[in-house]
Design a protein around this ligand. Structure first.
Ligand SMILES: [Cu+2]
Length: 392
């Protein structure tokens, strides 16, 4: 050691500063590691389709910054990487310059590529610092509460860490100085216990109305104008069943699907959530909806979409080795487009159909909905039996 010279404040702060720097570098490396795998459109798509190909935007509202394009059955999310790239033509038809776009994810028929689901969520979340843009009727309240809590904890963090750094500098060991021992300060401890307790109780009171609206006010399936969707989570997919044109479940025009949910805008959507194997969590980041799917329970969830578009469905509960690819697509259509979609999908099946339009109906889907219909009614936390909630 260099004699008895006391360390300067810079020397005293060196270690904490190096630690903080290491954490920043670590976070950055993690961000790189979990970044969405991207393919330059140039080379991949260009080779297949050539420059100047006419693409159709699935959701015009996100263009020109970011959007989805379709080529035949394939749906591709793209992001413009140059402000001068791309050229919007009238209507829905758009000519893209492939050199100026990068592919975010590719999927077939509206189903997100499973192995990109987790990465896509990370990019979605990173887009709005914490949240992707809200699209649900109650989402703004959730965001407000989040930012309020962030402010409170942020201020507390800066105050406590600032005091901590001050103490490191001010009370650094000095040659010849002796430690002072204390048994604490009763009054001080009361203060820093009571203040957080008051804040917590205030937050609990403040959010109770929102909690009631989000978690305890799911519209009943018998209410007029409510669209009910039965959801079965299983390793590692989301399965959906909607009533067809007849508005009843368990009939031949039911609309089953895996990984793709279609709902109308500005309409209460009632989700009846069940899990076939283990815990899953139904997560719609853009709708601030996250609800555990629990084997043995039927849990009602609801939301109302503010605008049409294509959104993410995620599993937010580590449910096994394939958890990261347990994703899907939520398509919000206008009311007219939704009615049209139901009419079309309903006719894909009828008694005379040989099933070629709906091959899945004979396989996995049939097993899933047979399970739904035959498993003894489970009771969710509303206390309703599953049977009574059904439209039929
Ligand atoms: Cu899962």
């Amino acid at each position: 050691m260099a004699g008895n010279r006391a360390a300067t404040p810079v020397q005293r702060l060196a270690l904490p500063l190096v630690c903080m720097g290491a954490i920043v570098v670590l976070v950055y490396l993690m961000k790189l590691a979990f970044a969405l795998p991207t393919t330059e459109l140039d080379g991949g798509l260009e080779a297949a389709d050539g420059a100047g190909t006419v693409f159709q935007l699935a959701d015009g509202s996100h263009f020109p910054g970011e959007g989805k394009i379709r080529i035949g059955e394939e749906e591709i999310s793209v992001q413009r990487i140059d402000a001068k790239g791309g050229k919007v033509q009238s209507g829905k038809d758009t000519v893209l310059n492939p050199n100026r776009f990068k592919v975010l994810e590719r999927g077939v028929n509206g189903v997100a590529p499973a192995n990109h689901a987790a990465g896509a969520a990370v990019s979605q979340v990173a887009k709005g610092l914490f949240f992707p843009e809200n699209n649900s009727s109650f989402g703004d309240q959730v965001d407000e509460l989040f930012y309020l809590i962030l402010w409170i904890t942020g201020i507390a963090f800066i105050l406590t860490e600032g005091f901590f750094l001050y103490c490191i500098v001010a009370f650094w060991a000095k040659p010849g100085a002796r430690s002072a021992y204390t048994h604490g300060n009763h009054r001080l401890e009361m203060v820093w216990t009571v203040i957080p307790a008051v804040i917590l109780v205030a937050l609990a009171v403040l959010q109770s109305g929102m909690w009631t609206e989000m978690k305890m006010s799911a519209p009943s399936a018998t209410e007029p104008g409510v669209v009910t969707v039965q959801v079965v989570a299983k390793q590692f997919e989301w399965n959906f069943r909607q009533a067809g044109s007849d508005g009843r479940f368990g009939t031949q025009d039911d609309i089953p699907s895996t990984g793709r949910l279609v709902v109308p805008v500005d309409t209460p959507i009632r989700i009846e959530l069940r899990a076939q194997d283990v815990l899953h969590s139904f997560f719609l980041p853009e709708f601030r909806v996250k609800q555990d799917a629990v084997p043995g329970l039927s849990v009602p969830v609801w939301f109302k979409a503010k605008r049409p578009g294509t959104f993410q469905i995620m599993c937010a509960e580590l449910c096994g080795l394939g958890h990261s690819r347990m994703g899907g697509t939520l398509e919000v259509k206008t009311k007219e487009a939704y009615a049209e979609w139901v009419a079309t999908e309903s006719t894909k099946w009828n008694g005379e159909n040989d099933g070629t339009d709906r091959p899945d109906w004979y396989g996995v889907q049939a097993k899933i909905w047979w399970w739904w219909d035959s498993t003894p009614t489970s009771v969710g936390f509303t206390g309703e039996s599953n049977d009574r909630k059904r439209k039929s």
